[in-house]
Design a protein around this ligand. Structure first.
Ligand code: PMP
Length: 377
């Protein structure tokens, strides 16, 4: 059997990894500044993470949600503590799409309404509601098309007010990334997030903060909406939550009431996934990785702004987009082929970096030196 080939792959076989470094089978060392698309939060093969998962696998890897799994409670407790949202509850699933799917569904159950407001260039995942709220017609199958999603221009306060005036009490939820990732590292303005909060309050709609890529400490705050001083009703999360072990979840404000069978999944919250996520939170806390994300991220952003060839540097913490002139569209490829540095892209001339939260200043400098060399070449 062959693979159903949906990914354009680099012909590089990564066989070993440590922190922000990875090695191929020939022993070549690479800098990983993409972290598997914001997935690697505490670095590759962190000893505490490896130990926790190994121990758990030796005890029990999976049973089902029909038995008590104290690790789930522990995860919820630690997540509340690290994120500061102690009175929220946690529903566990397996991916970012599934987290958003459940967030949207819960908002609809809770309000009894159907309409969802989403924004231009948003990416929320590939399951039916999540993809319907994603602004990319190429990945929306005919069966996922719906009139229930209203797309508005990002950061446009007038359009948002008008939409609430037009649809008013039909609106179940507004879903927004604090910083759009796939959309090219575009930050929601603080007044825009505050306006969403006040309109949701006024009209009884649910504010969903898609924190799958921009959350989990990446911006230096736990959720990227925190710096706006607004609390969302639901935060969706995945990616960095398990550092590569598939796990997702939604943190749900106290006003939502759980009832038997409302949401569900076979694998969500299994022992191994919870052990991975607990280890990640242990490390985020012990090693003060939110502070590191803020510190190294600010350093990178400030240094990148000094490059005269760089048109724009966007983002916050360790979620950074670097706009280069069109004629530098090869830089991303050359960073990999010449300097052995993995970065991500939105468009060829936009470099996206999403490194592990424990990236060191020394690794950041290696990237800055390589980029400088490429922009001089
Ligand atoms: N939301 C955002 C903001 C994302 O960036 C992604 C993945 N790129 C998703 C949701 C979907 O996550 P997953 O691939 O785990 O389903």
């Amino acid at each position: 059997m062959e693979l159903f080939n949906v990914y354009p792959v680099n012909p590089i076989n990564i066989v070993k990894a440590k922190g922000s470094l990875v090695w191929d089978e020939q022993g070549n060392e690479y800098l990983d500044l993409y972290g598997g698309h914001a997935v690697i939060s505490i670095g590759h093969t962190h000893p505490h993470y490896v130990e926790s998962l190994t121990q758990q696998l030796n005890k029990i890897g999976f049973y089902s949600n029909s038995v008590l799994i104290p690790l789930q409670q522990q995860l919820a407790r630690q997540l509340g503590e690290v994120s500061g949202k102690v009175d929220y509850t946690l529903f566990l699933c397996n991916s970012g799409a599934e987290a958003n799917e459940n967030a949207l569904k819960l908002a609809s159950f809770h309000t009894g309404r159907k309409k969802i407001i989403a924004f231009s260039k948003a990416f929320h995942g590939r399951t039916s509601l999540a993809v319907a709220a994603t602004d990319n017609p190429n990945i929306v199958a005919p069966v996922n098309e719906t009139d229930n999603v209203v797309f508005l221009p990002f950061n446009d306060e007038d359009a948002l007010v008008n939409a609430f005036q037009e649809y008013g009490d039909e609106i179940a939820a507004v879903i927004i990334e604090g910083i759009q990732g796939v959309g090219g590292i575009r930050e929601a303005s603080i007044p825009f997030l505050q306006l969403i909060r006040s309109l949701c309050d006024q009209y009884g709609a649910v504010y969903i903060a898609d924190s799958v890529q921009c959350g989990y400490g990446r911006t230096g705050d736990f959720y990227s909406h925190d710096y706006a001083g607004v609390a969302a009703d639901i935060y969706s999360m995945a990616k960095g939550m398990g550092n590569g072990f598939p796990i997702g979840g939604i943190a749900i404000a106290p006003k939502f009431k759980a009832s038997y069978g409302l949401l569900g999944t076979t694998f969500g919250g299994n022992h191994l996934a919870c052990a991975a996520a607990v280890a990640v939170l242990d490390i985020i806390k012990q090693e003060q990785l939110l502070a590191n994300a803020r510190e190294v991220g600010t350093y990178l952003i400030e240094e990148l702004k000094k490059f005269d060839k760089v048109l724009d540097v966007r983002g916050r913490g360790l979620m950074i987009g670097i706009d280069l002139p069109e004629e530098y569209a090869n830089v991303k490829k050359e960073l990999l082929s010449i300097h052995k540095i993995f970065t991500g892209e939105a468009k060829p001339n936009v470099i996206r970096i999403l490194p592990a939260l424990n990236i060191t200043k020394e690794i950041a400098d290696r990237f800055l030196t390589a980029l400088e060399e490429r922009l001089k070449a």
